[in-house]
Design a protein around this ligand. Sequence first.
Ligand code: UDX
Length: 461
Amino acid sequence: MNITVIGAGYVGLITAAGLAETGHQVVCVDDDLRKVQVLNSGGMPFYEPGLEDLVKRNRQAKRLEFISRIEDAVVKCQAIFICVGTPPLENGEADLSSVELVARRISECARGYHLVIEKSTVPVQTGRRLQKHFSIYGNDSQYHCDVASNPEFLREGSGVEDFFHPDRIVVGVDSDKAAALLGEIYKPVLEQTFACPVHENCGNRARVPFVITDINSAELIKHASNSFLAMKISFINMIADLCEAVGADVGKVAEAVGMDKRIGGSFLRPGVGFGGSCFPKDLQAFVRVGQSAGCDFTLLHEVEQINQRRVDLFVKKIKNELWVVRGKRVGVWGLAFKPRTDDVRCSPALAIIRRMLAEGALVRAYDPQAMEKAKAEIPDIEYCADAYAAAQGAEAILALTEWEEFLHLDLLKVRHLMSRPLILDGRNMFSSATLAGLGFEYVDIGSGAPAREAFFDARNV
Ligand code: UDX
């Protein structure tokens, strides 16, 4: 099928390349000329495992092309995916101006039947607004635009895998025609009948659930899913603080709690908080949706508050260990908001570095992928060639993103490079026993070993 994808960000580029890989003819449009030039010359605007190959292969197969003018794509296609950014406004609501602009451009050049599919994360009732837009600015003898919602659940760092192996595909439609068209678009993924570009031996795969509902419900499913995941993280971070206070081990607590099939072990890793381009903004937007609908969303407001306090609590730990931070050399391992991506948007690591700089620390940082993007945000720290260089002469290492490579470091070498063998682990990626065995001081999140003694001492137990 001829498909247009508008927006070549994470969602748009992965969707465009994924749909092309499953056999569709895809035109991906982005009004950022430089990005289109980079893509058309075989470059990538961001790092995402497996995506560069996917784009390259489908460009070579002439199933995927990048252009900058919407009108040149819309006339040729039936399905149009809107994958533009919906960043937060000052008040936390989602900024829908790019979505509206795209709708206007579509209504200026549409001919015949088009299915306009919102894939950007949008507040509930945005689809209704789009329908109203098309009824005002078009829908005459010239053309008819149907609207549908098709939220994405891609995670950065595993976006390509998530496209081909989703837990479910959700569509919100107002017509059988729209449902049928989306069923046809996703047929190879739903039936898992494609040569898997991610896994070598991708064994026999079960069909993917196809959730067909109304537009409002589909839009809500996205916000509710992200908010629930964020709530799980804030919950375990709340428990981690209690573990520290009473002397318990959050790792064990999370493990056992997660064994309950009704709860599940994923997204129960405590740390310095969730970041990225999705959770913080989707939570904000969803809280505003709830409030403007007159619903009590204090629960999610608390999820945000708990998350915002993670950085303060971690900085308090650092000051607890270093006493006077001013003039002290601090090494940082990890800048991205999570591993396997170069994305530093709302990264807790950057927030902690800014606090360290405010305290007068001398910061040397290393990240396998995100240093270029971090330099644009925080130019005045030292960026190192590797983790060892960041440890050189440091009074403390702050481990802030759980990149796999940090687990394979020669820690004895690290210890000798540091002026004080102290690691503060903001992602609980190391084992306290291993580090203690190597002569490190080790502080993590939520295993209240030190507190345990203090707790019992205080009660002379
Ligand atoms: C998220 C959703 O997972 C995805 O479905 C949606 O489409 C977009 O938003 P992403 O932002 O890429 O994806 O990251 P995710 O892997 O969900 O992690 C989000 C944040 O939570 C990261 O900062 C991560 O470090 C943190 N996190 C995650 C925890 O602190 N603890 C956990 O147990 C899991």
